[in-house]
Design a protein around this ligand. Structure first.
Ligand SMILES: [Zn+2]
Length: 90
């Protein structure tokens, strides 16, 4: 476990557990969806997430290429959900 600060939040993060969980997932949910938005995200994923977001994902042990759910109604990425092993401290 490690304590990290992201913006105004302090979290206790089990990065290794999160990475281990992601290693068991073969694909993100967009890869299993047939809609055009998910197909677009799969192709444009590396540019869909800003660099600062990818750095946060990396700190937390999250593989941003394995979203649990993609939400959006347009051509862009509105939101996506993922999971991590962490607790908010403050
Ligand atoms: Zn979809």
């Amino acid at each position: 476990m490690e304590t990290i600060t992201i913006g105004r939040w302090t979290l206790e993060v089990d990065r290794e557990a999160t990475e281990a969980a992601f290693s068991k997932i073969s694909l993100g949910s967009p890869e299993t969806c047939e809609c055009d938005y998910c197909k677009n995200l799969v192709v444009a994923r590396d540019s869909a997430y800003p660099e600062d977001a990818r750095q946060v994902f990396s700190q937390l042990g999250i593989d941003y290429r394995k979203e649990a759910v993609r939400h959006g109604s347009g051509t862009g990425l509105d939101r996506s959900c993922t999971a991590m092993e962490a607790s908010f401290i403050s």
